[in-house]
Ligand binder design. Structure first.
Ligand SMILES: [Cu+2]
Length: 112
């Protein structure tokens, strides 16, 4: 490879890497509410390969803990309060989440 070609290849690699990084750094907001120990909606949707900010609103009179083993997150949310759970860019798939204080309260994040 001649010098100019390798310099071009390196420039393109750096550009591609930065573009990928910028895409991953874009954050998509997703919202879910808890009421009567039920997630509403019980299934939320989000794009793949984007950082997510899941806004969880707890409308119940009891504290809840938004938790997911596959997403590797947990956050306690006080009654009548809300919290934001930050999630890394994900591959397409289904990711279960639940209220760790009321384990029957379950939902799914569908990433596509
Ligand atoms: Cu927990």
């Amino acid at each position: 490879m001649r010098m100019s070609q390798s310099a071009f290849a390196i420039a393109m690699a750096v550009w591609g890497f930065s573009a990928g990084l910028a895409a991953a750094q874009e954050t998509t907001a997703v919202a879910v509410t808890v009421k009567g120990h039920q997630f509403q909606p019980a299934e939320i949707h989000a794009p793949a390969n984007k950082r997510l900010a899941i806004r969880v609103k707890n409308l119940d009179a009891a504290p809840m803990e938004f938790e997911s083993v596959s997403l590797r997150v947990e956050k306690v949310i006080a009654p009548g309060s809300e919290g934001v759970v930050n999630v890394r860019p994900l591959s397409p798939g289904r990711y279960e989440f639940f209220d760790d204080f009321h384990q029957e309260t379950r939902g799914t994040l569908v990433v596509q």
